[in-house]
Design a protein around this ligand. Structure first.
Ligand SMILES: NC(=O)c1ccc[n+]([C@@H]2O[C@H](COP(=O)([O-])OP(=O)(O)OC[C@H]3O[C@@H](n4cnc5c(N)ncnc54)[C@H](O)[C@@H]3O)[C@@H](O)[C@H]2O)c1
Length: 366
């Protein structure tokens, strides 16, 4: 099969859909791979690295789309890319259709096949192509939170690990899923005192079993959250209710209960955020302050660490790319139920119920 890897053009997106290791696996199986010039540069991969394993380097994004049948990307296509996507294409990337009617209409019009990373689902109902990005964001949340706790950037001026003779900082993590556990682990590693909350007792039992004793679990309730926010320095929002907007666990009135310079990192911002005062921010301007409380609400946190994120993402996408290339999308989806869950749009028809529901449209039968 002919596979295209375009350079991402979304603002501040430095990840790339395939590494040289991925190209190696595909050319070994006699597929042709077309990589746009400098596509991997932001993630530390040079054109020569791709050439060495058999890729053809293309000068323009148009050349990539014109040459390929299967397009492997990272982010959803932005407007400038809509016209490049044609009926012969199968596009495998993050789409997040439910959050953009414009994108959905454009992809319906393209008559292409759109397979979304974020809806590929395993037998346990988890989302294996989302997990690595949550792992990155959870760990980054502590790195960013620790930075914004510094006084010159309006934080409380607390060193999370403390020093001998001075107690460590306190971190409250809301949600003990992928983001929450990774955040708790990082904070614990720095020596901070960590409280992690969830409504799922199975998750809390797991955390209690595997974490050191300075990570304390507590059932998530408004009462408990109100009690903890008063003396915690850094609060991480990592909750998710599948298919729904994040519940607002921290309301605006609670900000007044916090100490000035407390830092909130709302990782759940992409689902509307679990903090009432959350507004999505960017890597250029990541924070804002309300009632002396610092808010960090960047919606694409992994984009800031492309070296790590590209590898983490492509580790999990490559097996599916190989299947799509070897079998074609129809057979691959027929024989792999997990991949079939990723089918969102097929040649002008929506085949994923939640997307149609998001716009009150009807789903077309495949
Ligand atoms: N900002 C970013 O760059 C970025 C990157 C990756 C993921 N995310 C987002 O982070 C969020 C969390 O993702 P995840 O992979 O950890 O999800 P997950 O499903 O693994 O974990 C979510 C946890 O929230 C818990 N939860 C639900 N309601 C709760 C409540 N009322 N109180 C406490 N806990 C509650 C669930 O029981 C679950 O354990 C998602 O919205 C995801 O999209 C954002």
């Amino acid at each position: 099969m002919k596979i295209g890897v375009p350079k991402e053009i979304k603002n501040n997106e430095n990840r790339v859909g395939m590494t040289p290791a991925g190209v190696f696996e595909l050319t070994k199986r006699h597929h042709e791979v077309f990589v746009q010039q400098n596509a991997g540069l932001g993630s530390g991969f040079f054109d020569d690295d791709y050439k060495e394993v058999g890729a053809t380097i293309m000068n323009t994004i148009e050349d990539v789309y014109d040459s390929a049948e299967l397009i492997v990307k990272v982010k959803e296509p932005i407007e400038a890319e809509y016209a490049l996507i044609k009926p012969q294409h199968v596009v495998f990337t993050y789409f997040h259709f439910a959050s953009s009617e414009t994108l959905t209409k454009a992809m319906l019009q393209s008559n292409a096949v759109c397979i979304a990373y974020e809806t590929v689902e395993d037998k346990e109902g988890t989302l294996p192509l989302l997990t690595p990005m949550s792992e990155v964001a959870g760990r980054m949340a502590i790195q960013q939170g620790a930075k914004y706790l510094e006084k010159p950037i309006k934080g409380r001026g607390v060193l999370l690990g403390g020093v001998p003779g001075v107690p460590p900082g306190k971190v409250l993590v809301l949600g003990a899923g992928v983001v929450g556990i990774q955040a708790a682990k990082m904070a614990a590693g720095l020596g901070a005192h960590v409280t992690i909350m969830d409504i799922n007792m199975k998750q809390l039992r797991y955390v209690n079993d595997v974490m050191p004793s300075h990570v304390v679990t507590e059932f998530s309730s408004e009462y408990n959250i109100r009690k903890r926010i008063k003396d915690h320095d850094l609060i991480i929002g990592g909750v998710l209710v599948k298919g729904a907007k994040a519940p607002k666990l921290i309301t605006q009135d609670m900000l007044k209960e916090m100490r000035p310079g407390t830092v909130l990192v709302d990782v759940a911002v992409d689902q509307g955020g679990c903090i009432e005062t959350t507004k999505a921010t960017t890597h250029e301007a990541p924070t804002f302050i309300i009632d002396d409380v610092v808010h960090y609400c960047v919606a694409n946190m992994p984009g800031a660490v492309p070296y790590t994120s590209t590898l983490a993402l492509t580790n999990v996408t490559l097996p599916y790319v190989i299947r799509l290339a070897n079998q074609g999308w129809e057979l691959a989806c027929k024989t792999d139920g997990m991949l079939a869950k990723g089918l969102n749009i097929v040649k002008g028809k929506i085949v994923y119920e939640e997307i149609a529901e998001a716009f009150s449209w009807s789903v077309s039968a495949m």
